[in-house]
Design a protein around this ligand. Structure first.
Ligand SMILES: Cc1cc2nc3c(=O)[nH]c(=O)nc-3n(C[C@H](O)[C@H](O)[C@H](O)COP(=O)(O)O)c2cc1C
Length: 329
């Protein structure tokens, strides 16, 4: 750490031309083009996230939103770094999504939540990402996964701790996983999971992270796609109210593999069905109730994804304000 000027930076961040060693995590339905532009303009690396609802038209909409936001700021889109985050099983179903992402010329492409060693999609995306001169990155929940990713040729791996919001394989706490993954691989390691304030960022940088991969802290930003009612839930919730569950996926029949449940803020509906997902899958009335609530944006029923760092969210802030709070500037 360097004293006096807030948080230190890292060689990895400097190499990407970033002022701050912070990547805004790809978050489907949250991290769109406006947020990606705002984070990058503020000195971090913004990303566009394509989750289970990802599609080529959705990606094109967010790429256009990024360009519009940068144009308003008087910045040439080609001069502003950004990333695109995809899910492995999503590009296996729709390979055009990866092709469209590569055509956009991102600085970084992440593909997470796949099975290393599996032929489809396996690691075929990595040479494709390298082919456009971008960095290939993935999230890992275990040392074995991080090693497999490094062996397959990723340029950096995100050690994603169990504290993290949204989908993932929630196992080890962030700091323990970061230390183990750093000891196991010879590539830069980013840290994810409840990096919500300056102390968290300083802690992971001191532990040797190349950058922090921050989701929840940016989820209620002015520039995020998050609906107003969902932001209110984020401001009112605490980390202890989060739960790792498949209820949302089962209720909507979303095709997330069972080994990647999501950390979300509990609602009475989640409490009623958590641990009884098979019964929920068979209960058409309950699922219809959930679908209606989702269509209406009723967050008393529908849970909002968040990590345990949600405590730090108390009011709407711009991405620049969140980044300033993280870096202590
Ligand atoms: C609302 C939300 C949506 C997410 N969607 C995605 C996604 O589409 N793709 C992905 O790779 N990760 C996704 N994630 C996980 C993030 O990449 C990251 O692992 C996580 O946000 C880090 O923990 P934090 O939320 O405590 O900062 C999502 C996270 C959140 C909170």
């Amino acid at each position: 750490m360097s004293a006096g000027d807030g948080a230190s930076t890292t060689a990895w961040a400097r190499g990407l031309g970033l002022a701050a060693p912070v990547v805004c995590a790809p978050m489907g339905g949250v991290a769109g083009g406006a947020l990606a532009a705002a984070v990058s303009l503020a000195g971090g690396l913004g990303t566009i996230g394509m989750g289970s609802a990802g599609s080529v038209p959705a990606l094109e909409r967010e790429l256009a939103a990024r360009e519009t936001a940068l144009a308003h700021a008087g910045t040439d889109p080609a001069a502003s770094p950004f990333g695109i985050g995809l899910v492995a099983w999503g590009i296996a179903r729709d390979p055009a999504l990866l092709e469209r992402a590569l055509a956009a010329g991102p600085t970084l492409v992440s593909v997470s939540f796949g099975e290393w060693g599996a032929p489809d999609p396996g690691a075929a995306w990595i040479p494709a990402v390298h082919g456009i001169g971008a960095l290939a990155v993935t999230q890992a929940a275990t040392v074995a996964e991080a090693r497999a990713a490094a062996d397959a040729g990723v340029d950096a791996v995100v050690a994603r701790g169990r504290e993290g919001g949204g989908h993932g394989d929630h196992r080890e706490p962030r700091d323990a996983l970061l230390a183990e993954v750093r000891a196991a691989v010879g590539i830069p390691v980013l840290a994810a999971g409840a990096v919500a304030g300056a102390a968290d960022l300083a802690r992971v940088l001191d532990a040797g992270a190349a950058a922090a991969w921050v989701g929840t802290a940016f989820a209620a930003c002015t520039e995020a796609l998050t609906p107003a009612a969902a932001r209110e839930v984020l401001f009112a919730s605490r980390g202890e109210e989060t739960l790792v569950s498949r209820v949302y996926d089962v209720a909507l029949g979303r095709p997330w593999p069972a080994r990647f449940p999501e950390r979300l803020i509990r609602t009475p509906f989640v409490d009623r069905w958590h641990g009884r997902e098979d019964a929920l899958a068979a209960d058409e009335a309950a699922r219809a109730e959930f679908r209606a609530a989702a269509a209406a944006g009723d967050y008393r029923v529908v849970p909002v994804d968040a990590g345990t760092g949600v405590d730090a969210l108390t009011e709407e802030r711009s991405a620049a304000e969140v980044l300033a709070a993280l870096t202590g500037r």
